[in-house]
Write a protein that binds this ligand. Sequence first.
Ligand code: ADP
Length: 596
Amino acid sequence: MARPMKRLFIALSLVLPAGWLLLAALFPQIDRTVQVPLLHFYIVTFFTFAAAVVTFFTAVALGHSSAPRHQLLATAFAVMGVLFFIHGVTTPNALIFAANPGIRWAAWLTLFLGGVVFALAGLDSPERPLPLVRRGLIHWTLAVFCGGFILIVAFRSQWLGAIDAQAAPWHQQAVFGLTLLIWLFAAVRLWRTWRQTALPVDGVMALIAAWFAIGSISMHAFAAWKVSWWLYHGQLLLGVITAVYALSQTYEQLRQFRLTTYYAALGLVATGGLALLASHFVSQFVEQTLLRPLGAELPATAEPLIAPAAMTEMIVRARLSGLLITGLALGALFLALLVVVRRADRLITARRNELAEAYTNLQAAEALRDDLTGMVVHDLRTPLTSMRLSLDLLAKVMDIPEQAQFRQRLMENAQGSVEQMLALINQMLDLAKLEVGQLKLARQPVALNVLLQEKAQLYAPQAEADAKQIRVEAGPNVPLVTADADLISRVVDNLISNALKYTSSGGQIHLCAEMNGTAVLIQVADDGEGIVPEAAARIFDKFYQVTDADGQPLRRGTGLGLSFCKLVVEAHNGRIWVDSQPGRGSTFSFTLPTET
Ligand code: ADP
């Protein structure tokens, strides 16, 4: 609604009812009597029932993420719905025959207690929120009070009658005065809160409080069945609809879609409405098809076969049975559907969680891929830069005969850089092929003891430069395995270079091969920094690198080495794992079956 329209609506919604009440008070003759008890019963029962249910479920959906005063707004309507329902049920000759003083008390209490809860909500403000404990206390007190009141109306309505006999009309006037004051207080407090927060719900609450202040005049100051008296019924309906609308608008983004809650709210409203409609048809059927003809056949002068009071009683009984039967049938249907909906709801929730998880994983994978791209680009740039430097220098000293030795060194440098780049690219390509099972194993007999000896010699200069030692323990009785010699050699390369990378100066690296059942067990052990258990479980994952407290990898690497090892070993039907203790070193082990 546009702003000026909204203002006009607000002004009219206050001025028209107040103006009408004033006119009706000054000129009582214009205030017509509209005595339709059954309509009253249907309006009150259905709409307040619907309002209570909808408000209750709105409150459930709102949860603790909303402001306390907004939760209390839902509470106020739940209480008013319950009390007004009793007001509807006690309409004479609708469901019960006898006049029950509960009808008036229920109406008074509807506005009085609703006002109290609104006033409490008015005490909540953004800078001083109402504590949670108090809200719990308010809810419990209201529940106990309403429960007690229902019991009294049902079983001891004469108590209310006795109070009426003693205290009328002063007690009603006292309730009237108090109710009016409470609503006015709530309206002012909530209006002040709204000025501060500019939240639509706060504004709507202030407006509702003002409407209901007028409503309490309509209820208490005018006789039943007058148009002025009907006014507050309309205001209650308008209030609850506006409140639910404002709440759902404000908290739309907070609510998670819960099928069960929505079904329960809608289903209960529909069940209640249909049960009322069906019972109405039953009572009409009894009245028009069964009872009326019975009376019509008699001559006008004859005594009626059924006294009018008994006839009313029969109609009421018919309505009650109709309500009971349809209520039970529809209630059972509602419950059966609730089971189905709950199940569907669970499935939806499970799927939604799965999707959310898949999305999170996807995002993590994407972040990882970006990181890797960055790393790979960096890893390629370093040797490329070094190669360009070598080539530039080479161009400068090309024709100087006495620089032959320098030229040789530059050539070797450039070749080394090319090798480094090729190794990285090959590793990535091999990994990709291994993953999709496309890499063909060039199987041949491999002597693992010999392989380890060769590797120890190969890495000895690098180890010695850092004062590290490589020991081999692999006797001649280690059998040959049929494996891809190149791939297995690269697995061992990866493990030894990791061992060198993650041990400090003076470290010991131990290579070992031995027979273990039907497989050969190869181990590369170091006494370096080790790996924390949570990382040990993941180091064979692609791109995984152990990071420090700042999220940086401990050493420069790609996180591809161990995933390559794992894929190669598994392609040979072997197994690879690590045993490690932080600060004490790591032992990487893998097996290669001797029979393929
Ligand atoms: P990277 O290229 O980073 O070395 P790897 O797949 O070879 O990738 O290793 C994954 C991670 O496992 C490394 O980041 C490192 O933290 C840890 N790691 C591997 N070998 C050792 C070892 N011998 N000692 C301690 N940590 C190790």
